[in-house]
Design a protein around this ligand. Structure first.
Ligand SMILES: Cc1cc2nc3c(=O)[nH]c(=O)nc-3n(C[C@H](O)[C@H](O)[C@H](O)COP(=O)(O)OP(=O)(O)OC[C@H]3O[C@@H](n4cnc5c(N)ncnc54)[C@H](O)[C@@H]3O)c2cc1C
Length: 666
């Protein structure tokens, strides 16, 4: 099967407008005859469900939480990008497009990224109209801050709770439609398979997680908005329930899976503290606006700090190495995440780590507190030489900007980050890979769409901070509602799809067989036992730095672990009741396949780009070394029975509007 990305012709800045002007539309009366399933009600699925219902379609929405407003999107802290240029600092649609393509290390599709930059401004208007309380300046105008990989301030935010506030906006829009009966909401339901009839996606099989009942649901199109698969690493900043099952099930039914190895390791997370943990905590990138990252200059000081003989505040400025400011003077602490993460690892590997395990660096706010304190003293006409007063005033400013993040840190680490620098280390955070989609956001299965983090998205090999929310809401509010109409226009006379069709019967039987297999297995180990083992292989051999030998070993080890899992996993309870171990078993089974494809993709990509760092391919200074001649393509994998037999398809990436050059942030 050949890949057709369906990118419209014409100049890049006109493509989307011309395309929208010429696609097929479904008239409002006919929309009432069309059903759409949306799996996932995070920012992508929630915004899509609300908008599709507002347009008049009948929407059936599914999520595994007890309410859409508990989707993982609620965790997003730092902000959402938009090319509004409110700061007058040189931003524009083109600059956001350029930053995103460059930030993604030239592995994203130009046409999609340009469209994303174009609609970014509408998202802010939409959310403000919904009443989302985005931060405002003293004069009442919307405020912005900076994120990594850019030289402008274009990030809109709501303190450290941007995802929560945006999700409340999308959720209210959904609720209006739930109230009107246009959205039928299925909370606590997990999609376990896709049903294809005559080559088109026509429904899903879902399990009611409360009663255990297996249900058939039909529609004229299915939209997957199920989020990312970072939990393949076991430990990540993702919500505990985030999983790949919906995306993986459609992959097994014919949707190609693109760039699985592109994973983002976020530089500012609270370091791992031991084997007992099941989750890692992010400290938002917005903190890098004001926090300075450093380690001691000398190995002796680093050792003394690790042994508790010295405190970070004992070290003078001259004794500190602000290594990002030293290595990347133009972007400093705001280099993109992949660059910042590797730089932290490099310093810790060289022995400069500052916590007991040697895997932590400092994020220090002392300079910001001082700077803001002085500013406030001048504004208020107070004594700028009063050191205590300056610190008090500066602390208040920092608390206003990031208070909830500082509070979270103090609760977890039991140290006051206003007084002593935070300790941070990189952790798995976001997956740029996902189901391959064309310009219409349709997968290689007709009628099956994928939006938000679950698709391979617009971020190439590395996502810039605050761009995931932008992409999820762009897909849901402004892109899919157009493109899905073009697909559905010929379906207005199809009528209801029956769930008695043999395809539904067979898909339901397969799901039941899988569930029963786990219940009847009677092995010796819990699901988590295997998930942790998978996570360790992934982190050690497919994590921040990868090489051919480690990846080859990982592929064999994951395949062996999968066999062991099916032989020896123990899942208590029954299938027809509330059973969280059974839910986990189904998810981990999918991670055990996805993990192998992930390693296979990383092995085949013999270059370094963005979040994919192959040790064999680096510059003398340790930067990622791309190979544009041989690898400027999207790797889209077709399922052929097992991950080891997946077939690679290549979508060449053509850069007509941005020059392909080695990326630099100096
Ligand atoms: C700690 C943290 C902070 C972040 N901060 C930011 C930020 O400041 N700015 C930014 O741009 N990005 C941020 N991100 C990334 C961003 O939050 C996510 O990429 C984004 O929210 C994903 O949205 P989504 O709608 O695609 O998926 P999700 O929000 O993950 O929603 C997935 C939905 O799918 C449902 N689902 C999944 N599988 C199934 C199934 N099989 N059956 C039924 N339902 C299913 C779930 O119930 C849920 O409703 C952050 C990420 C993390 C981890």
């Amino acid at each position: 099967m050949s890949l057709d990305s369906k990118i419209p012709n014409g100049p890049i800045s006109d493509k989307w407008t011309n395309y929208k002007d010429h696609i097929n539309l479904v008239n409002p009366a006919n929309k009432r005859n069309i059903d759409i399933i949306v799996v996932g009600t995070g920012l992508a699925g929630g915004s899509a469900a609300a908008t599709l219902a507002e347009l008049g379609y009948n929407v059936k929405a599914f999520c595994f939480q007890d309410s859409p407003r508990r989707a993982h999107s609620i965790a997003a802290q730092g902000g959402i990008n938009a090319a509004k240029n409110y700061q007058g600092d040189g931003d524009s649609t083109f600059r956001l497009f350029y930053d995103t393509v460059k930030g993604g290390d030239y592995r994203a599709r130009e046409a999609n990224v340009h469209r994303l930059a174009e609609v970014s401004a509408n998202i802010i208007d939409q959310c403000v109209a919904q009443g989302v309380p985005l931060a405002r300046e003293y004069g009442g105008l919307l405020d912005n801050r900076s994120f990594g990989g850019t030289l402008v301030s274009r990030t809109f935010y709501a303190k450290g709770q941007t995802g929560q506030q945006l999700l409340l906006g999308a959720y209210s829009a959904m609720n209006r439609q739930i109230g009107r009966g246009k959205i039928k909401m299925h909370n606590r339901h997990e999609m376990l398979d896709l049903v294809i009839v005559n080559g088109k996606a026509r429904g899903i099989i879902a399990r009611n997680l409360v009663t255990g009942e297996i249900e058939r649901h039909s529609a004229h199109a299915v939209v997957i908005a199920s989020g990312g698969y970072g939990n393949v690493f076991f430990l990540s900043t993702n919500a505990m329930g985030s999983n790949a099952t919906a995306a993986w099930k459609i992959h097994k039914k014919g949707a190609f899976f693109a760039n699985p190895c592109y994973t983002q390791i976020h530089p500012t997370c609270i370091p791992v503290s031991g084997d007992h943990q099941s989750k890692l905590t992010l400290m938002s990138e917005s903190l890098r606006n004001d926090g300075r990252i450093w380690v001691p200059k000398s190995l002796e000081d680093a050792k003394a700090i690790r042994e508790g003989k010295k405190k970070p505040t004992d070290l003078s400025e001259e004794e500190r190495d602000y290594y990002l400011e030293r290595r990347y003077p133009s972007f400093g602490n705001l280099v993109p995440r992949d660059v910042a993460s590797r730089a932290a690892k490099e310093r810790c590997d060289a022995g400069y780590g500052v916590n007991k395990t040697g895997e932590a660096v400092y994020l220090d706010f002392a300079a910001a507190i001082q700077r803001y304190g002085l500013e406030q003293a001048y504004i208020k006409g107070l004594d700028a030489d009063d050191k205590k007063l300056v610190i008090k005033l500066g602390t208040e400013v920092v608390a206003n900007k990031y208070g909830n993040l500082f509070q979270m840190y103090e609760k977890i680490v039991d140290e006051n980050p206003y007084m002593t620098p935070m300790m941070i280390y990189p952790a798995v955070h976001y997956t740029m890979g996902g189901t391959w989609v064309d310009y219409n956001l349709m997968t290689t299965i007709p009628g099956c769409f994928s939006i938000g983090e679950s698709n391979f998205s617009d971020h190439g090999a590395n996502r810039l901070g605050a761009s995931a929310l932008m992409q999820g809401l762009a897909d849901g509010y402004f892109v899919l509602p157009y493109t899905i109409g073009d697909y559905l226009a010929p379906d207005i006379k199809t009528g209801k799809i029956s769930t008695d069709l043999p395809e539904f019967v067979e898909a339901e039987k397969n799901v039941r067989d899988q569930l029963n297999k786990f219940i009847n297995n009677n092995g010796a180990h819990s699901v988590d036992h295997f998930h942790k083992k998978l996570g360790k292989i992934m982190w050690d051999k497919v994590g921040m730095a990868r090489n051919a030998q480690g990846l080859t070993e990982a592929i064999d080890e994951i395949a062996a672990l999968r066999e062991e899992f099916y032989r020896d996993v123990k899942v208590p309870g029954t299938i027809d009741s509330f059973n969280q171990e059974l839910e986990k078993a189904m998810r981990v089974a999918d991670f055990l396949e996805l993990g192998e494809l992930f390693a296979k993709d990383a092995l085949h990509r013999r270059e370094s780009c963005g979040g994919h760092f192959r040790e064999e391919y680096q510059t003398e200074e340790g930067e990622a070394l791309r190979d544009d001649e041989n690898f400027a393509y999207v790797a889209a994998w077709e399922y052929k029975g097992k991950p080891s037999e997946a077939v690679l398809h290549k979508e060449p990436l053509v850069y007509e509007n941005i020059k392909l050059v080695q990326r630099s942030y100096k």
